[in-house]
Design a protein around this ligand. Structure first.
Ligand code: ADP
Length: 346
């Protein structure tokens, strides 16, 4: 019945009504002779059927005309919106089409409202987190400057020291703002990935060299297994550099003294799988599912002490998604952590 067209329904109604009218009339003329009653029944049925069909068709045309207009308006309205996500299959039943179109429109609006609600929560959380992150370095700078203005400037035992500390807080703010800029570009889709063919081993060596001082300060050795083997990938060199920096810096920040971080490459079909493994403090199981969320930290004070912004892994995940690739993490507390991501071979 659901897919029966209005025309078929009207035909059925006309037949039923014609039978009813004919039956009623035959009851009234019950006394007449058999042949004339039969002719009267046929005539009455034909007449009432024809007039009912005409009447219903007329009503049908008027109603369908309005339904079609309504259908066209809802359809145009829905398709004009860039949020149209539900696909509809149309058939010859105009009422069904209108019904489906209205349901699809309602579904689109529901999705849109849910999306807006999520964005609102995200916006509030993001603003809260940003102001929280910036507060500490700003208050520190304010403290140092006020002390210098209150006479500290003339005191040689603290003036230089306080300026150096203020400069460190400025550095911290720059790091936070750089990470915020990167994450907002990645999340708004503003950032275009520029793919090029390059030797990822050369890039890795360069990153390891640039982090050597930081690593040796903690006695940590950063190394790669296939040091001199060229491994060509198709990716955004600048962004992949950022991925290596974030992962390797984390392995130093959360590494044990005199520990080791090893990078290994694996050939997996069309991809190169890259593994960054450390033998640092590790992460307990319950934190792993949320590790790539922005501002998520296992140990907030340790992260801040180490100069962390809580955005490093969120940035890494976005960069991998922009490459249509994924990143995973495996970790055991006190044993170490392994991050694995893949890139297209070139
Ligand atoms: P952060 O700036 O705090 O380091 P990240 O997004 O880079 O932010 O990392 C999120 C959290 O994941 C860190 O605060 C830390 O608790 C944990 N983490 C990241 N990498 C490692 C690692 N190699 N070993 C142990 N914990 C890690």
């Amino acid at each position: 019945m659901k897919n029966t067209s209005p025309k078929t329904i009207l035909l059925i109604i006309a037949i039923v009504l014609a039978i009813a009218v004919t039956f009623a009339l035959s009851q009234i003329t019950n006394g007449s002779s058999g042949t004339s009653t039969f002719q009267l029944v046929i005539f009455t049925f034909a007449l009432s059927f024809a007039s009912l069909v005409l009447l219903l068709l007329f009503v049908n045309i008027i109603i369908l005309n309005k339904v079609n207009k309504l259908f066209a308006t809802v359809k145009n309205f829905r398709l004009q919106s860039d949020k149209a996500s539900v696909n509809i299959e149309y058939n010859s039943n105009d009422l069904n089409n209108l019904n489906n179109e209205i349901l699809a429109w309602a579904e689109d609006r529901k999705n849109e409202i849910e999306q807006l609600k999520k964005l609102e929560v995200y916006r509030r959380e993001f603003l809260g987190n940003v102001s929280h992150e910036l507060k500490t370095p700003i208050f520190n700078i304010q403290g140092y400057v006020l002390t210098l203005l209150d006479g500290g400037l003339e005191d040689p035992s603290i003036n230089r020291n306080y300026l150096v500390r203020a400069e460190k807080s400025v550095d911290r703010m720059i790091t936070i703002i750089d990470d915020l800029e990167a994450i907002s570009q990645l999340e708004t889709g503003e950032l275009q990935i520029e793919l090029e063919r390059f030797d990822i081993n050369v890039l890795l060596k360069d990153v390891i060299d640039s982090l050597e001082m930081k690593a040796t300060a903690k006695g940590i050795i950063l190394s790669t297994v296939d040091e001199n083997k060229p491994i060509f990938v198709l990716a955004d060199r600048f962004r992949i550099r950022q991925v290596f920096v974030n992962l390797l810096v984390n392995s130093i920040k959360y590494g044990k003294e005199y520990g080791e971080t090893k990078v290994r490459f694996y050939d997996v079909g069309n991809n190169i799988s890259i593994e960054v493994a450390d033998n640092g403090i590790g992460i307990t199981k319950e934190h792993l599912p949320r590790l790539f969320e922005r501002f998520y930290r296992v140990d907030k004070s340790r992260s801040r002490d180490q100069g962390g912004t809580g955005l490093g892994l969120a940035i890494v995940k976005h960069i991998m998604e922009a490459h249509n690739q994924t990143i995973t993490v495996m970790s055991t507390e006190s044993v170490g952590t392994v991050f694995t991501f893949s890139l297209k071979k070139a």
